[in-house]
Ligand binder design. Structure first.
Ligand code: FAD
Ligand code: NAD
Length: 478
């Protein structure tokens, strides 16, 4: 059997499903192929909805509520009794949210006229996609354009092979049915910090082992330093320069060996999460004559507009270069759908917000101070602590700061870096300003509501010129 479409998308994660919906909105006959199944049923939404962004945030929110009730309510005059955690109930709540969100995608497909095709897709020559269903039946979809959006998988390391029992990856860490007494985490990246926080808040003694010497090396240094200080105060044991060299599972526990400056060390844990990055998912995807090339790191090679080297074949999301972020893939999906429809859409890769959902959150957009310094452009920096923000003090969330980096001559905002309350939402304000080419002065002249956390953004912008009102300025300017 063969069906002809304008667009066939392979993968229904945030890159693929958004591409499919946008293509259908533009009047293109669109199908989306997905192989993920749960309990024998096709599941849309990819990593993000099923085992990534959404379930991790559900558990981050639940664990934060528990932690606040156990440790933070007293200072507000709220007296709680003895507290306990029902982990299976917490996990069941997360599952319900996941099912609700994934069901939402199916509803959106129906509403927009996207045809959902269940099975594993393989790109053949000539824009054909062979789909093998779970029962082994095969159909071929023909298309004028194919969009590959097959995402990524966790990286496995031979020194700590995942057994889905004692040694787990991020997916396993979202499914634990009890709080491990001692939890090891390999990798102090985004997942290590988020999932380490979840189980740490619920009572695990968490040790994070990170091979690199610097904490959050890709972040602005000042914000990374401030974040580390806060996490240490929270009791998260983060060991930098700790390279894991081996692991041994015995009697339901794992002993991890790692090397640091002082030699070989060992730690024993009840569970070990391996989160050392993700790799592009291309297994079984490309027939030898599909004409699509991979780059040297195994990602599908694409140009600035996500076109592969095979005409009419595009690739978006985690399976191509760039940050592995849901919103980055979604925007690529929109861009590609619109380009297929004949529009000239381009994506601004310079302004992609990045958030780590710890408490407090860490968020950034644009260039770090170090990157601007390295570029040789003259720049000014403005910082403002949440400690001087009334709303933050009232909420007992006064840790952290906002930092804005602006060009010294044009005053154009080049980057914003935040650790503090609602950092994810605050950084988005600056992302919008940057998208419109805003100067620090423009932000400083904008009227911000009082009292809000966002006043820290305004004050940091004012501080770029030494005009912050609610703290003494280091630079004194008229
Ligand atoms: P995916 O979401 O991985 O989707 C790809 C889909 O393609 C999958 O459903 C897969 O089954 C399907 N597929 C693969 N091969 C085939 C094939 N041959 N045939 C048919 N279907 C196929 N990002 C954020 O921006 N914010 C966050 O807060 C965040 N939190 C995260 C937390 C965790 C624990 C993890 C693991 C990731 C998180 N991410 C977060 C990253 C985010 O999930 C990914 O960047 C995003 O899901 C990538 O989207 P995608 O559509 O490219 O790929
Ligand atoms: P990551 O790249 O963020 O961090 C991995 C860390 O592991 C790095 O710091 C690396 O130096 C360290 N590492 C690698 N090998 C090691 C070893 N042998 N021993 C000790 N440390 C080692 O990767 P991740 O945390 O697995 O996340 C994967 C991707 O998922 C990220 O690229 C991220 O973009 C995405 N994600 C995003 C969010 C979010 O946006 N909030 C949340 C989760 C995941």
């Amino acid at each position: 059997m063969s069906d002809k479409y304008d667009v066939v998308v392979i993968g229904s994660g945030p890159a693929g499903y958004v591409a499919a919906i946008r293509a259908a909105q533009l009047g293109l006959k669109t199908a989306c192929v997905e192989k993920w199944q749960k309990d024998g049923k096709m599941v849309n939404g990819g990593t993000c909805l099923n085992v990534g962004c959404i379930p991790s945030k559900a558990l981050l929110d639940s664990s934060h509520k528990y932690h606040d009730a156990a440790h933070a309510y007293q200072s507000h005059g709220i007296v709680t009794g003895e507290m306990s955690v029902d982990v299976p109930a917490m996990i069941a709540r997360k599952e319900k949210i996941v099912a609700q969100m994934a069901g939402g995608i199916s509803g959106l497909f129906q509403a927009n006229g996207v045809t959902s095709v269940f099975g594993s897709g393989r790109l053949l020559a000539g824009h054909k996609v062979e789909v093998t269903a779970a029962d082994g039946s095969v159909q071929t979809l023909e298309a004028d354009n194919v969009i590959i959006a097959t995402g990524s998988l966790p990286i496995n390391i031979p020194v700590a092979p995942v057994d889905n029992d004692v040694i787990i990856d991020s997916t396993g860490a979202l499914e634990l049915q009890e709080v491990p007494k001692r939890l090891g985490v390999i990798g102090a990246g985004v997942i290590g910090l988020e999932l380490g926080s979840v189980w740490g808040r619920l009572g695990s003694e968490v040790v994070v082992l990170e091979a690199l010497p610097d904490f959050l090396a890709m972040m602005d240094k000042q914000i990374a330093k401030e974040s580390l200080k806060i996490f240490k105060k929270q009791g998260l044991d983060i060991r930098m320069g700790a390279r894991v060299t081996g692991s041994e599972v015995k009697d339901g526990q794992v002993t991890v060996s790692y090397e640091n400056g002082e030699g070989t060390q060992q730690e024993t844990f009840d569970k070990l999460i391996v989160c050392v990055g993700r790799r592009p998912y291309t297994e079984g995807l490309l027939a030898p004559d599909s004409g699509v090339n991979l780059d040297e790191r195994g990602f599908i090679f694409v140009d600035d507009y996500c076109a592969t080297n095979a005409p009419g074949v595009w690739a978006v999301g985690d399976v191509v270069r760039g940050p592995m972020l849901a919103h980055k893939g979604s925007e690529e999906g929109v861009m590609v759908a619109e380009r297929i429809a004949g529009q000239k859409t381009a994506m601004n890769y310079d302004i992609i917000p990045n958030v780590i959902y710890t408490h407090p959150e860490i968020a950034s957009v644009g260039l770090t101070e170090e990157e601007v310094k390295q570029s040789g452009e003259p720049y000014e920096v403005g910082t403002f602590p949440f400690m001087a923000i009334g709303r933050a003090v009232a909420a007992d969330q006064a840790e952290g700061m906002v930092k804005i980096v602006a060009h010294a001559e044009t005053d154009r905002v080049l980057g914003c870096h935040i650790v503090g309350p609602s950092a994810a939402d605050l950084v988005q304000q600056v992302a919008i300003a940057m998208e419109f080419g805003s100067s620090a002065e423009d932000i400083g002249m904008t009227v911000f509501g009082h009292p809000t956390f966002s006043e820290a953004v305004k004050e940091a912008a004012l501080a770029v010129h030494g005009h912050a009102i609610h703290m003494p300025n280091r630079k004194k300017r008229k």
